[in-house]
Design a protein around this ligand. Structure first.
Ligand code: UGA
Length: 446
């Protein structure tokens, strides 16, 4: 099938590459000409494991192309995915201007019968608006256009695996023709037996916000328990272990730490809460999830202050700057919120991240970026682990202990073994677990 994709961010670009991989002819478009130039040369504008290789492979197969001219992507397409950004407005509501503009452009340029698919996360009710925008631009031809909702459930850092082996594909539409076209585009996965759910438009739209809200709820639930454990001298990782073994609760998303960040949960929770209010329902649980998430950052800052007393003359190393491992995305990254607050209080902040050094520096120029974790930690009075990249599990802790000014580690992701850290002479402050203070540190004289 000939497919057009509008917006080549994390969702759009993965959609382009994976649909091309299964045999469709895909043209991705973006208004950012620099991004398109990079993509035409085979370079993704952000880091995602395996994506460079996949884009290069599909470009050379001839099934994938990129253009800065939206018309080129949509003219002959039988299906057009809209995967543009939906950033939050000050009120928390999603800003859907780019979605409306995309719909108008599609209406202007599409020549044949086509399905316009919402791939970006949008509030329920957007499909109706999308159809209105198309109708206003092309009233005489509205019957040629179908609208569908097909929310994306992929995770950054695991996006290609999630797209190639999804746990479910969700499609909302209101005509058999649209359902049929969607089945055709997803035929590869349907034949593999992937769970394929068809429903109406409003339900599909709502299900995406519902999933992200619930996942964020699990994280905030365990983080609230972490605050409780800190007060009760209990260990949240053991509490989580006990909970996980109950299959009704489930294995995942019970890691206490610095909380969630990224371009999805923080914005989606706000947008979902706003939508609920608009629909006349006070879904205050969603606001509580956000509040608990913010508390996780505050708790971490409190630990740093507790360990260091005054910050003005202190050097603090942050290792891991992206909002989670395996991405260079720093949007709503807890590490950067912490860095900002430390800088405001007069500390010198040196960061290291395997991929996100450049993006972090662009977001917060006050932070120094080190080329490796050891240079970040050299002469530091405290090291804060903010993102649990795999490479941090193999750090030479003895060396770290030797080069740091004070042996203080705040473990924002419970990635270090407190017993080992204590043995090596560190004072370690984990999340939701009792701190271990090195023998001379914090000793109350008798
Ligand atoms: C999330 C959802 O997981 C995807 O299903 C969804 O498609 C995507 O949003 C989206 O709406 O586009 P993503 O933001 O890439 O994906 O990352 P996650 O793996 O969900 O992690 C989100 C945040 O939660 C990270 O900051 C992570 O560190 C944090 N987290 C995750 C925890 O703090 N504890 C956990 O137990 C799990």
């Amino acid at each position: 099938m000939r497919v057009g994709v509008i917006g080549t961010g994390h969702v759009g670009l993965i959609t382009c590459a994976t649909l091309a991989k299964v045999g469709h002819h895909v043209t991705g478009s973006d208004t950012d000409e620099e991004k398109i130039a990079l993509l035409q040369g085979g370079t993704p504008p952000f880091y995602e494991p395996g994506l460079s290789e996949l884009v290069a492979e599909q470009l050379s197969s001839g099934r994938l192309a990129f253009t800065a001219e939206i018309a080129e992507a949509v003219t002959d397409a039988a299906m057009i995915f809209i995967s543009v950004g939906t950033p939050p407005r000050a009120s928390g509501e999603a800003n859907l201007l780019a979605v409306e503009q995309s719909a108008t452009e599609v209406a202007r340029h599409a020549q044949g019968r086509c399905v316009v698919v919402e791939k970006s996360t949008v509030p329920t009710g957007t499909a109706r608006r999308l159809r209105m925008a198309i109708q206003r631009t092309r009233p005489e031809d509205i019957k040629r256009f179908e609208v569908a909702s097909n929310p994306e459930f992929l995770r950054e850092g695991k996006a290609i695996d999630d797209a190639m082996e999804p746990e479910r594909i969700l499609v909302g539409a209101d005509s058999e023709w649209a359902f049929q076209a969607m089945r055709e585009v997803y035929d590869h996965w349907i034949r593999q037996g992937c769970r394929y759910i068809e429903t109406d438009l409003a339900t599909a739209e709502l299900a995406k916000h519902a999933s992200n809200g619930f996942l964020a709820l699990k994280i905030s639930y365990i983080n609230a328990l972490a605050r409780l454990c800190e007060r009760a001298n209990a260990d949240v990782t053991k509490v989580a272990e006990a909970m996980r073994s109950d299959s009704r609760i489930g294995e995942y998303f019970l890691d206490a730490g610095l909380g969630y960040g990224g371009s999805c949960f923080p914005k989606d929770l706000q947008a979902f809460s706003h939508l609920a209010r608009q629909l006349g329902y006070d879904f205050s649980l969603l606001d509580e999830i956000t509040k608990i998430n913010n508390e996780a950052v505050e708790a971490t800052l409190d630990k740093i202050l507790d360990a260091l007393w005054n910050l003005e003359d202190k050097r603090i190393a942050l290792i891991g700057l992206s909002f989670k491992p395996e991405t260079d995305d720093v949007r709503f990254a807890p590490a950067l919120t912490i860095a900002k607050r430390l800088v405001e209080q007069g500390a010198t902040v040196v960061g290291y991240d395997p991929q996100a050094g450049r993006t972090a520096k662009a977001e917060l120029p006050e932070i120094e970026i080190a080329p490796n974790p050891y240079e970040a930690a050299e002469h530091a009075h405290c090291l804060v682990l903010c993102t649990e990249w795999e490479e941090f599990r193999n750090l030479d802790l003895k060396k770290l202990r030797e080069i740091m000014e004070y042996p203080v580690v705040v473990d924002g992701r419970n990635a270090f073994d407190p017993d080992e850290m204590e043995r090596l002479g560190f004072s370690i402050y984990p999340m939701g677990r009792p701190p271990r203070l090195a023998s001379e540190e914090g000793r109350t004289p008798h």
